[in-house]
Ligand binder design. Structure first.
Ligand code: PGA
Length: 247
């Protein structure tokens, strides 16, 4: 069976209680979406958002600690995300790799913790513009996948997001051929790491908008999107969901 397509929104450090009205609008416009819909808000919004999202929209965190509990001031455990309604957690986003020095090994440890807590890990990979210009993209992605995916990853507990660093928040996107090349490579790499590799959902992320979503969703091995800026407004995210429903 083909994997269920996934439209995932990453609110990053945006949004407040008033912004939950966008979730109400999304639920009203898409009460029975034809793809899986996920929103990953700042952790403080997870619990109140759950009451508004119900079972229509799944929720996720944007990071978790590798340990299940303990003296880690400011961090959040995977089980705590799950406790307040999360089913997913984004891990290894390029902003965390850059801002917090997260290595592939750290991402793999966090993903193992997410799996142990019953969360699905969305593991992010992506090349910088300098790496693409140097012709290193495929090697960079292969190495990130190899280092960031923990043992016991399955199609049920792991999603991979390809997010070129230079495409995030810039309005620039790779060509369709460039996305197809990386997604094809990721599918091949997963075969060595995950038993049911063909069923692992592969998301594209980086400047996905209502205007380019349908084109991106038509690319082979693209099973959905990880959407930043355009996920903050129900109208924009709703248009991307609609494009995925009909892809
Ligand atoms: P963007 O962000 O859609 O605003 O480019 C994507 C992401 O960082 O997940």
């Amino acid at each position: 069976m083909a994997p269920r397509k996934l439209a995932a929104g990453n609110w990053k450090m945006n949004g407040d209680l008033a912004a939950l009205a966008e979730i109400d609008a999304l639920v009203a416009a898409h009460p029975a979406p034809g793809c899986e819909v996920l929103v990953c808000p700042p952790a403080v919004l997870l619990h109140p958002m759950k009451a508004r999202a119900g079972t229509v929209i799944a929720l996720g965190g944007q990071d978790c600690h590798a340990n299940p509990s303990g003296a880690h001031t400011g961090d959040i455990a995977a089980a705590q995300l799950k406790d307040v309604g999360a089913a997913y957690v984004i891990l290894g986003h390029s902003e965390r790799r850059a801002d917090h020095g997260e290595t592939d090994a750290a991402v793999a440890a966090k993903a193992a913790a997410a799996h142990a807590a019953g969360l699905t890990a969305i593991i992010c990979v992506g090349e910088t513009e300098a790496q693409r210009d140097a012709g290193e993209t495929l090697a960079v992605i292969a190495a990130q996948l190899d280092g960031s995916i923990p043992a016991r990853a399955t199609a049920a507990n792991t999603v991979i997001a390809y997010e070129p660093v230079w495409a995030i928040g810039t309005g620039r996107t790779p060509t369709n051929d460039q996305i197809a090349e990386v997604h094809g490579l990721m599918r091949d790499c997963l075969a060595d790491k995950v038993g049911d590799a063909a069923a692992v959902r592969l998301l594209y992320g980086g400047s996905v908008k209502p205007g380019n979503a349908a084109e991106i969703f038509a690319i082979p091995h693209v099973d959905g999107a990880l959407v930043g800026g355009a996920s903050l407004k129900a109208a924009d995210f709703g248009a991307i969901i609609a494009a995925l429903e009909t892809a």
